[in-house]
Ligand binder design. Sequence first.
Ligand code: ZN
Length: 185
Amino acid sequence: MTRMAPLLERNEQFARTYTPAPLSPPTAQMIIVTCLDHRVDPAIVLGLQLGEAPVIRNAGGRVTQAVIEDIAYLAFLAEQLFGAQLDPGRLFEVAVIHHTQCGTSFLTDPSFRQQAAAATGLSEVALEAAAVGDPQVTVKADVERLLASPLLSPKVSVSGHVYDIATGRVTTAVDARRPQPAVHS
Ligand SMILES: [Zn+2]
């Protein structure tokens, strides 16, 4: 007996009235990067429907190298599949959303971080990089990190937002911006 049983029952309900979405560009023209926290589900918090936006989630919603690589691939895929249907020069906006009361905030405490490293085998450096202490600060840092990556398509813009667990409200911390064109000398 799996604990999936009640969820599979819900899926059965879902499938009864389901209409498959065609393979087409994400209709919201957005990619969401956010925390895996079960209180921060973008489908519910942002009302996202099927086919509207890819969502990339990890602990904290941090812009890691893996996240940057996923976005680079999605940009390539969008151009290959839907280039003719999209605005020239514009693919999508990436919204990075960090949140208050993040479970990664404990990792800002060095002794907690040491314990976590010892217990999991993860490096303290990696754990520290995952921590969201103040989401206003980390979301700005992650928007800059993504914009500075040479892997980011110049056709992609990036914005930063904070979700407040206490109020359910998402506020914008960094307006959408495209990467600076590379300077060649
Ligand atoms: Zn979190």
